[in-house]
Write a protein that binds this ligand. Structure first.
Ligand code: NCN
Ligand code: DMD
Length: 353
């Protein structure tokens, strides 16, 4: 895919008539007006995305993009790169946190090698490797723009295939040591913030190491002098293959009218990148939680997305998004098996605003 082809993509506007029909159904259910708060809004959003008031989230999957990051060479993470391949292998065996949650939530895990630094294939992963990890972005751009576009196309392809296979909702997840550094650098560039205010501890760092990580992000910003509207250059220069792949998942989901649930800070950066590259994608994004990483809040504010879970999660893999699957299923129990005001022979609440 070329940059021109990507930027020419058009996203349909969500179906407002379907959104209104869902809202009307909520108001007819025997409960206080707006009693399920944001869950009513989100179910209506899913109606607008899919174009129907009949909400079906029976088949769901979390797409976990696994990739390595050359910036790990700069001691920005407590773990070594080899851990990415170890955890990715556990994905296949169902042994990671997201696999356990997905099993409980009735969702499939689609784990993808989009750039693990390992020569041998890990059997069971979807093979979409662009390269064996990115370059150290303090020394040279993490990847070329052509590679970034290739990874975006891979993510779009996976989302579109999920659509053909009947998945009704997708979640984004990732695994990649060092990807909170790439995310922080991208968020700082996309939002034009300082490294200081946007860079967090990731999977765990001492105070000294956090100061060093901020310094690394700051040096990268000085080196590349990004403008906020250069999303593709930002992604290629300081991003990762996981972020690029997830950017593609958000774009592909929007094209196919599939709601995509956003997870932590890495997913949030991918969502913002997708929106900057192809405006309109954000209408197809379903919130889940607000990551502990400081960049997350700023990105959600920019996107106008309101996460419903504020629990200090910072696990990644798609875990918070899968929790949201369960919450949505619970809310749908009320929506699908309606007890209406008519059923209980009671006057419906009147909406005054
Ligand atoms: O999702 C988040 O917001 C999040 C916050 C902190 C850490 N992580 C996970 O931890 C790993 C990256 O941490 P680090 O410190 O190596 O950059 C990566 O595999 C992510 O899935 C994820
Ligand atoms: C074991 C482990 C699991 C993870 N999941 C997301 N990031 C991770 C980092 C580590 C180290």
């Amino acid at each position: 895919m070329t940059k021109e082809a990507l930027t020419k993509l058009k996203i349909d506007k969500p179906n407002e008539a379907a959104r209104q029909r869902v809202k009307k159904i909520w108001d007819g259910i025997a409960k206080p007006l707006d009693g399920l708060g944001q869950f009513e809004t989100i179910v209506a959003q899913i109606g607008a995305i899919t174009g129907t008031a009949q909400i079906d989230l029976s088949k769901k999957a979390v797409i976990v993009m696994c990739a390595d990051n050359g910036i790990v060479e700069e001691q920005v993470s407590q773990c070594g790169q080899e851990v990415t391949a170890v955890v990715a292998s556990s994905m296949v065996r169902g042994n990671t946190s997201v696999c356990k949650m997905a099993k409980r939530a009735g969702a499939d895990v689609i784990a993808v090698d989009i750039g693990i630094n390992r020569k041998e294939e890990i059997p069971g992963l979807i093979q979409k490797k662009i390269a064996r990890g990115t370059k150290n972005f303090l020394k040279e751009p993490a990847m070329s723009e052509a590679e970034a576009l290739q990874a975006i196309a891979a993510g779009m392809e996976i989302a579109e295939k999920c659509g053909r296979q009947g998945y009704r909702i997708l979640a984004t997840g990732e695994m990649g040591i060092g990807n909170t550094t790439t995310s922080s650098a991208m968020a700082a560039a996309l939002l034009q913030c300082d490294a200081e205010e946007i860079t967090g501890k990731g999977a765990g760092l001492s105070r000294e190491k956090l100061a060093h990580k901020r310094e690394v992000v700051s040096r990268a910003l000085d080196r590349y002098c990004f403008k906020k509207d250069e999303a593709l250059r930002i992604l290629a220069s300081v991003g990762g293959y996981d972020i690029a792949g997830l950017t593609g998942v958000f774009i592909g989901g929007a094209i196919c009218h599939i709601p995509v649930v956003i997870d932590g800070v890495i997913s949030a950066v991918a969502a913002l990148t997708a929106e900057r590259l192809v405006p309109g994608v954000k209408d197809y994004i379903i919130p889940s939680h607000i990551s502990r990483e400081p960049a997350a809040k700023k990105i959600f504010e920019e996107l106008g997305v309101h996460p419903v879970i504020d629990a200090g999660l910072a696990l990644g893999e798609g875990t918070g998004a899968v929790m949201m699957f369960t919450l949505l299923d619970t809310a749908l129990a009320v929506y699908e098996n309606q007890t209406t005001f008519d059923d209980i022979s009671t006057e419906q609440y009147v909406r005054f605003e």
